[in-house]
Design a protein around this ligand. Structure first.
Ligand SMILES: Cc1ncc(COP(=O)(O)O)c(C=O)c1O
Length: 464
């Protein structure tokens, strides 16, 4: 018999087993599939609340000098009902662009909890954000001017943060995104953030602008590395640059330091990252590293930490393990002439779960056969999606003997899978269900074929 996939490691909250079936947040996945159809995204409300509460609690334990506020990054799961849960949890909201601003407003996020990020904000977005009472994370000198003009026109004063590009100095560490390249180089060439030359120039003029209130600084490194050492260097470099900016402004201290997102989720395969095969530090380790480094760096740079608000913008780390993706086996193929091989064709697609390509060395996602949880693994399959691409979601991995109609649950799909879904092959994108302590509600319906073609126009000359 082939080694079981059913390890204790994978079967953790919000997943469990009842009889032969996989459950999530108290809901039987086979019933979810019957009621809502497949493919289907499933999000666990309780897991999301647990993840957020944990980050908040642990950061507060370590950052005792001032308040702590989470700004979960909306892009990781931009569904209005999901954001409403985060609003109930009193978190801030990091958004990018007009679409996410709309999502946040529809989810009832108050202006004081909104933080508008992004590298090219147009005047319309800035004006709408100021009207809503949001703060703006500045990404260029141009945005500073536009913020000042739009706030003046609206008779407001807008809170702003400077998005810095700290230099990691002598840190000798390669990026997990791009092995062979240094994190210190990649965090400089990335388009986001104000180039240091420009931010130092902005610091000379910002005091003269009547309608902006510079409340702090922002940085976002991304998931270059899970190693705490990189967070130590990042926070130190952030404070060093903040000191330079403060010296130019004169008599200015940040009230807010936002160190961005980029934290991993332990069981997540993270399709964007090439190197994942080393231990994921706990939330406690990240919180301790960030808080201790921040305190030391502030003091050594002549700032008092007292009262400074520490913020983080987690995306993947709070969402990944809230989600699973359900898909049914629609067809089975096997061969034993030139090759001994079995394929299970399922009704999802690489384009629905951000699992593009061959995935030969590791599956796009770990998985369970959700209706055969007790069955021994007897054979190897490639689980392949339904697009015309040569997509391989899992390559020669063990499963029980499969039948048409069996249900596959891909795990840890809660971050970025749904918002990255595309209509390749004119396939309608799946819907999402929110599960909570045994109840299930549809929070985004599946697309229809009419939705797929809803934006198409036929010029009159081609209508016949
Ligand atoms: C400004 C900002 N904050 C937070 C995040 C969330 O990142 P992650 O999901 O890696 O935590 C992103 C992701 O791109 C981002 O651009």
């Amino acid at each position: 018999m082939i080694k079981s996939l059913l390890t204790d490691e994978l079967l953790r909250e919000p997943l469990s087993i009842e009889g032969e079936h996989l459950t999530i947040d108290g809901c039987d996945t086979t019933k979810l599939a019957e009621e809502f159809g497949t493919p289907l995204y499933v999000t666990s409300e309780q897991q999301l609340r647990r993840n957020v509460q944990k980050w908040q609690r642990v950061l507060e334990e370590h950052w005792t000098d001032g308040p702590v506020l989470l700004y979960p990054s909306l892009k990781a799961n931009p569904i209005i009902a999901v954001r409403r849960i985060l609003t109930e949890e009193n978190t801030g909201c990091d958004i990018f662009g007009p679409g996410e601003l709309e999502c946040a407003l529809r989810a009832g996020v108050s202006g004081e909890h909104l933080s508008v990020n992004g590298s090219i904000k147009d005047r319309g977005l800035i004006a709408k954000a100021i009207e809503a009472g949001a703060r703006i994370v500045l990404d260029s000198p141009r945005e500073l001017i536009v913020c000042n003009e739009e706030a003046g026109r609206l008779g407001r004063k807008v809170k702003v943060l400077l998005r810095l590009k700290p230099h990691l100095g002598s840190l000798d560490l390669e990026s997990d995104f791009a092995p062979g390249m240094q994190v210190s180089y990649l965090t400089q060439i990335i388009k986001y953030g104000i180039p240091t030359k420009e931010v130092l120039e902005m610091a000379q003029t910002i005091n003269a602008l009547q309608n902006v209130d510079l409340i702090g600084v922002h940085v976002h490194m991304g998931r270059h590395s899970k190693k705490p050492i990189v967070w130590r260097a990042w926070v130190e470099a952030c404070v060093t640059l903040t000191r330079q900016v403060a010296d130019i402004i004169g008599d200015w201290t940040p009230q807010v330091i936002d160190v961005g997102g980029g934290f991993p989720s332990p069981l997540d395969h993270d399709p964007d990252v090439a190197i994942i095969d080393y231990a994921t530090p706990s939330v406690e380790i990240f919180a301790k590293t960030i808080a201790e480094t921040l305190r030391e760096a502030l003091v050594s740079n002549g700032f008092s930490p007292a009262g400074i608000r520490l913020e983080i913008e987690p995306g993947r780390s709070i969402h990944a393990d809230t989600g699973i993706h359900l898909t049914r086996v629609r067809n089975l193929k096997s061969d034993d002439v030139h090759i001994q091989y079995r394929w299970a064709e399922v009704d999802t697609a690489e384009t629905f779960i951000d699992g593009h390509g061959f995935n030969l060395e590791r599956p796009a996602y770990d998985y369970f056969i959700a209706n055969k949880m007790g069955a021994p693994n007897e054979v190897l399959y490639d689980i392949v999606g339904q697009t015309c691409n040569a997509e391989i979601l899992t390559h020669q991995l063990p499963a029980p003997l499969l039948e048409r109609g069996d249900l596959v649950a891909f795990l840890n799909t809660g971050a970025y899978a749904e918002p990255n879904a595309a209509n390749f092959n004119a396939l309608p994108r799946p819907g999402m269900v929110l599960v909570n302590d045994g109840s299930a509600e549809l929070i985004r319906r599946a697309e229809t074929v009419d939705d797929v073609f809803a934006r198409d126009l036929i010029p009159a000359r081609l209508s016949n």
